[in-house]
Design a protein around this ligand. Structure first.
Ligand SMILES: O=C(O)C(=O)C[C@]1(C(=O)O)C=C[C@@H](O)C=C1
Length: 258
């Protein structure tokens, strides 16, 4: 049950198996948002004021993400083509023997990392939509919840590389001419499936209605209450996650024949 959700464990690599992984990752994203919503916005986490005495003084979130990535890098996280650091500069190398990840992607894939855009979207646009106003002083748990959200969203969006590779392999005769012409619009059109996008938006809203629902033993309490607004999910996917996944797909395809 459930163990074919990473590229390494997939029995066969095709669009259906990749989409299955994307569907499973929806759960991770929704649960990580629910966890973050336990805390109010806690805005000092995102400003330099709290951390002026630390070596990386941009913000507590910046510091925690950078330090966590340094630790995880030393034990091999970024040896996986599914993982992308937010702070790739000067990451320590792994001290563990490398796992032999299957080489599926074109080598130019390694240069694609849109985490700066994802960070900006998460902190400036998404967070205010699902956290309450206020400051409860739980800065470190807040920032660690943010790290979970950021990593889950980043992993999902960069999966676009695998989606694009599979689509190219399935129809090189369709993608080849658009790649050779470096035609972004044609690639975008080829890789877009509106029906899949509509179904996805309906599914994530439905999942959020189940996962985020307050569970009560009081049968008199008929009003449904949610830890996060289920309508946030179709919006998050429709405005940011899917467009950014498609951006990764286009960037990947443009270099697929290099
Ligand atoms: O499933 C696909 O074909 C994808 O490319 C992934 C995805 C998505 O981000 O969910 C992106 C573009 C498609 O229009 C549909 C869905």
């Amino acid at each position: 049950m459930g163990a074919c959700n990473t590229i390494t464990t997939m029995k066969s690599l095709n669009l259906d198996s990749i989409r299955e992984s994307l569907i499973r990752q929806e759960d991770t994203i929704i649960f990580s948002l629910i966890e973050r919503s336990k805390f109010p916005i806690n805005s000092p986490v995102y400003s330099p004021s709290l951390v002026s005495t630390l070596p990386s003084s941009k913000s507590l979130l910046h510091f925690i993400v950078q330090q966590s990535e340094a630790i995880q890098s030393q034990v091999g996280r970024y040896g996986s083509p599914e993982e992308h650091p937010f702070f790739p500069d000067n990451l320590p190398s792994s001290v563990l023997p490398q796992y032999n990840h299957p080489q599926i992607l074109h080598p130019t894939a390694a240069a694609i990392n849109i985490n700066e855009t994802i960070w900006d979207m998460y902190v400036n646009q998404l967070l205010p939509l699902f956290t309450t106003e206020g400051d409860d002083g739980n800065y470190v748990p807040t920032a660690t919840s943010d790290l979970q959200c950021l990593q889950a969203i980043s992993r999902r969006i960069h999966y676009g590389k695998f989606v694009a590779e599979v689509k190219y392999r399935d129809a090189p005769e369709d993608y080849g001419p658009a790649i050779r012409a470096q035609d972004r619009d044609a690639l975008m059109e080829l890789l877009t499936f509106e029906k899949v996008e509509e179904m996805l938006k309906r599914r994530v809203e439905k999942k959020a209605r189940v996962f985020a629902q307050e569970v009560s033993l009081n049968d008199m309490d008929k009003r449904e209450k949610y830890k996060i607004d289920p309508c946030l999910l179709p919006r998050l996917y429709g405005e940011w996650i899917m467009p950014l996944t498609k951006l990764v797909e286009v960037e990947y395809l443009l270099k697929r024949l290099d």
